[in-house]
Design a binder for this molecule. Structure first.
Ligand SMILES: O=C(O)CCC(=O)C(=O)O
Length: 274
């Protein structure tokens, strides 16, 4: 089942809404993730918007134009395998319960100069019936303030959903979509983490990321999970049927499965090279 959490780690998560597990993913597995990321953006799989490049193209040539691809596990057996990585699912069993399903993966490249994501709560966009939504953010590179790590407001997972508005004119974000309002930004902290570390965060936790102002990538794989028992009203479905059980069993096989999600590129917004 993988690495389990101590009672004090579980307590920390419930108190603050997040938990950092350094070195949860062994170096060799991070290397596999890094190489497959390059292959995805080299065009190994057909994805609208990815321009295929030859095998001789460098990592920079493959990655430099892309912010993020959603649902890479639908393309790549490597990414699908990472949904149930032992460094992730052991912790999920302690945070969510014995039956866990995944509905979304996102693979960020975030090259130098690329913008971050404005303050939000994931449950606003991926609403679970039992409030069990949990993100697992896997650092493929060291994530720092300089290259645009995640920021959170500790304890904000106890808030209700915040109202949202259009993004302000702000140099940090992609300018696309909404921002959560009334965020107590004075309480925000950066979650710097070395490659191979995993950040778990509650679906109600306020979080953002800022522009990558370094000369390095900020690659990360972010998977979103919830309890197998709960319904998910998402994408127009009363109970979204394109989920993968990553731990335990499917308590509701009668609800069925449908292959619906297609990988798509997240628009980069305004890129500003220094
Ligand atoms: O990694 C990022 O920059 C943003 C990730 C995020 O907002 C999320 O996983 O919900």
């Amino acid at each position: 089942m993988g690495q389990r959490l101590s009672p004090s780690e579980v307590e920390f998560y419930h108190e603050h809404g997040y938990l950092a597990l350094p070195k949860a993913i062994p170096d060799e597995d991070v290397e596999v993730l890094r190489r497959e990321t390059t292959e995805i953006f080299r065009g190994k799989y057909a994805v609208e918007g990815i321009v295929p490049l030859s095998e001789s193209a460098t990592e920079d040539e493959c990655l430099g134009e892309y912010l993020c691809i959603h649902q890479p596990h639908k393309l790549s057996a490597v990414m699908e395998g990472f949904l149930a990585h032992p460094g992730i699912v052991g912790a999920l069993s302690d945070l969510i319960g014995p039956n866990v399903k995944c509905m979304q993966s996102m693979l960020f490249v975030k090259p130098p100069g690329f913008p971050g994501q404005a303050w939000h709560q994931d449950e606003r966009y991926i609403p679970t019936e039992d409030r069990s939504l949990t993100g697992a953010w896997v650092a493929i590179d060291d994530a720092t303030v300089e290259n645009g790590c995640l920021w959170v407001v500790p304890g904000s997972h106890r808030d209700a959903l915040h109202e949202t508005g259009s993004q302000p004119d702000n140099d940090e974000y992609d300018g696309i979509g909404e921002i959560a309002l009334d965020v107590p930004t004075g309480r925000a902290i950066p979650l710097e983490i070395e490659k191979g570390g995993v950040l778990f965060f509650n679906g109600f936790l306020l979080h953002e990321s800022r522009r990558n102002r370094s000369t390095r990538y900020r690659r990360s794989l972010v998977n979103h999970y919830m309890s197998g028992e709960s319904r998910l009203s998402w994408c127009g479905y009363d109970d979204f049927p394109d989920v993968k059980i990553v731990l335990g069993v499917d308590p509701h096989p009668e609800r069925g499965f449908a292959d619906l999600s297609k990988p798509w590129l997240r628009p980069a917004g305004a890129v500003r090279h220094q």
